[in-house]
Ligand binder design. Sequence first.
Ligand code: NAD
Length: 408
Amino acid sequence: MNKIAWPVTKGVMLEEPTNKEKRVKIIVLNESKTPDPLNKVEKRCAVTPSSAQRLVKKGLSITLEAGAGLLSGYSDKEYEGVGVSVISDVNESISSADMLVAVNKPSESQLALMKKGAIVVGHLDPFFQQPLVESIADKQLTAISVEMIPRSSRAQKMDALSSQASLAGYVMVMQAASLLPSILPMMMTPSGTIKPAKVFIIGAGVAGLQAIATAKRLGANVLAYDTREVVAEQVESLGGKFLKIDIGETGQTKDGYAKELTEEQKAKQQDAQRDAIADSDIVITTAQLFGRKPPVLISKDTLALMKPGSVVVDMAATSGGNVEGSVAGETVEVNGVNVIGDGYWSQFVARAATDMYANNIYNLVDEFFDTETNTFNLDLDDDILAGCVIAHQGSVTNDMLLNAYKGA
Ligand code: NAD
């Protein structure tokens, strides 16, 4: 076999730290070792060899639990090669760490080992994990919830919700396409002409727009709907058609999130989109309400109107569901339609998901790391940290969460 001459990437020489004692110590756990309640194994890791190398170069020290990157394609050796210390017994390292960076929320037993004042970073699911957030505060730890990073231009590079949702949009189309007993593009052959598949995307936020772009690239005919009419232009710029439904005043919050519809509006939306659903080969629902349960948008009766073998992907299946009958973590048949509720979408492309998430985490640390004092600068007057630091010095610090916990 001829050897392929790939371009050579030169390694970066790591500078010796000036003072090892003063380095901020980050611990990264192997999250695949603790499956979640649906028995799903986390495939992503909060650092890659590349992001770790950049963090080490900045003067931080990184300790990684063995095997943490394996399911996203990164071996322990690669981490060791850039100056990461790879260990199998993490308990001692957790207790000496200044920061624990994770994809998900750490367990209570891991949190119990952390020293006072240390920082925990991850998808902490704070609206639905009140006891965990309060226990982090009680332990005098600082919690940074990546879900609460503001959706601002400055914070875009740290926006883990967007990075993972973009991949989810792509994955959901690929999954639907692989189950559909037809093809997405139009195909004209001497044996006949196959019409392009009709794909209807409900919710045109980050995931929905990426789903529209992916389905268009595959040649489908794409229709989309969102309660935020401002996205109509974005849908059209991707080659999709925006379904206009008059359900009265909808709008969005100051952060750009959809407002919850009234019962009457929900009923109107379901009526108006019924024909579009019945006529579609694939429907992908991505509708979410920040900090609340997602709205139910498709009933079993509406599913029954679709052609047998059609495919519906319910992005929200693991958090309540947009589709009646979808099952969290599974693909099920409902009234002749395959309803995909797998969730964990970005993990189907675990390497890309890890690469993006690790960059988000690197950018967060980089933004607030003071190289002169070798400290992570927890400046709560900064609008990014004011949003995403949700527990600090013994209290829950985010007003939106405090209101949600009070049921307001
Ligand atoms: P999301 O995940 O909260 O919701 C997904 C989509 O579902 C949204 O577009 C929402 O309007 C829609 N939706 C809610 N209820 C619906 C219903 N009943 N029917 C149809 N659609 C419904 O949203 P997201 O993708 O996280 O985006 C949230 C906002 O943040 C958007 O305004 C987006 O443009 C903005 N954003 C900004 C930045 C930035 O400026 N850096 C980055 C990412 C996202």
